[in-house]
Design a protein around this ligand. Structure first.
Ligand code: PLP
Length: 390
């Protein structure tokens, strides 16, 4: 049976070029980059190269890149570190209801520490309500954190507008770009952000590594203490092989992302149009145009999303009904609820996410398997639908 991977928002396959560079580090270049001898210097040299590569992909300076263990840590650090460093100026933080849990849980912890957090609403396409942002910004606001692209529906937020509004009030702006990197051009200067979260494993790099961009001059308290690594801002011996892999993945992006995005969009659009021809009563979610190229969130009326996911798994197809990070959680997806979905609609939603390694033939097979599975599940359902034309 062929196996088809359509869960590239959860993670991506490490590319061969990335693997080759990582293996060299894991084998021979095993020094600690903080050691002053030649083994240490060799490790430091590959870290420097990786830092340059990550910086280049977002048009930052290398001194603005801090390596972390991934998007979750970067988000935790940004929220905690920026809030604590600016506590004397105010105690109000603004974020949105559809952020990744690493932002939302960080906010909840800050609330317990005495900060006030406003969670902005989104419209039915997943766009953050800018009018609400303007309404809630006040003299106590010290930080706005809004993601660049959502991991459930792929909607791309109006980052430039949000950054401008925050800065006009002298407020810092952090953005979680884990799902944006590789899907459209990210330029920290053009977007005018103060801090940006990045993760390696969504762009064909290894897991367990990421970065936080912090603009020169922006004050941030440490999250992880106990070492002078990362210019004294993040303790802990660096994950050299992981960082090298992340750097290579960024380097590959820089050269290929326009072509890769076109291919992912082509595959996604082909999937959606084939699905619309084969399966009745479906809705494609998220913003029609402001959406990352490789993602299709689809609601199948009168179909349990989990059951559909399981039937597709039996046919060798891997998809998702929610963020991988919350698997095991049977509650309806909070992003979809915030977008105004009913619990039933949220539970009938499946996320398909593509990468450049997918093919048209795979998509033909997937669409046919979805047709068979949805026919079966709808036939078993007590609710009988009037069959709409496909
Ligand atoms: N932010 C977003 C939007 C994500 O989708 C994810 C992971 O899915 C993360 C943060 C967490 O990143 P990591 O898996 O590197 O911890």
């Amino acid at each position: 049976m062929q196996r088809i991977y359509l869960d590239n928002v959860a993670t991506t396959k490490v590319s061969n070029e990335v693997l080759t560079e990582m293996l060299d580090v894991l084998g021979e270049n095993f020094g600690n980059p903080n050691s002053p001898h030649s083994f240490g210097r060799d490790a430091e040299a590959v870290i420097d190269l990786a830092r340059d590569r990550v910086a280049k992909v977002i048009n930052a300076d290398r001194g603005e890149i801090y390596f972390t263990s991934g998007g979750t840590e970067s988000n935790n650090w940004a929220l905690y570190g920026l809030a604590m460093a600016n506590r004397a100026k105010g105690n109000h933080i603004i974020t949105s209801k559809i952020e990744h849990e690493s932002v939302l849980e960080s906010c909840k912890r800050l609330e317990k520490m005495g900060f006030k957090v406003t969670y902005l609403n989104v419209d039915k396409t997943g766009l953050v309500d800018i009018a609400e942002l303007l309404h809630y910004l006040d003299q106590d606001t010290i930080l706005v954190s809004v993601m660049a692209a959502n991991n459930e529906v792929g909607t791309i937020e109006n980052l430039k507008a949000i950054a401008k509004i925050a800065h006009e009030k002298g407020v810092l702006f952090h953005t979680d770009c884990v799902q944006a990197l590789g899907n459209f051009k990210l330029d920290v200067k053009d977007l005018d952000v103060d801090a940006m979260t990045l993760s390696s494993h969504k762009i064909h790099g290894p897991k367990g590594v990421g970065a936080l961009y912090v603009k020169h001059g922006v004050k941030i308290d440490n999250l992880i203490v106990g070492g002078e690594q990362e210019r004294g801002k993040r303790g802990g011996t660096l994950n050299v092989a992981g960082i090298v892999g992340f750097g290579k993945a960024c380097d590959l992006l820089l050269n290929n992302y326009i072509v890769d995005c076109k291919k992912m969009k082509y595959l996604r659009d082909y999937f959606v149009s084939s699905l619309e021809k084969s399966v009745a009563n479906i809705t494609v979610n998220g913003h029609a145009h402001q959406r990352i190229p490789g993602l299709a969130s689809v609601t199948f009326q009168n179909v349990d999303g989990e059951a559909l996911m399981c039937l597709l798994d039996l046919a060798g197809i891997s998809v998702s009904t929610g963020s991988a990070c919350s698997t095991g959680n049977k509650a309806p997806n909070y992003v979809l609820l915030a977008m105004g979905f009913s619990s039933e609609e949220a539970q009938s939603t499946v996320r398909f996410s593509f990468s450049i390694t997918n093919t048209k033939d795979e998509i033909d097979y997937v669409v046919e398997e979805i047709r068979k599975a949805t026919d079966k599940l709808r036939a078993m359902s007590p609710i009988k639908m009037t069959k709409k034309k496909v």
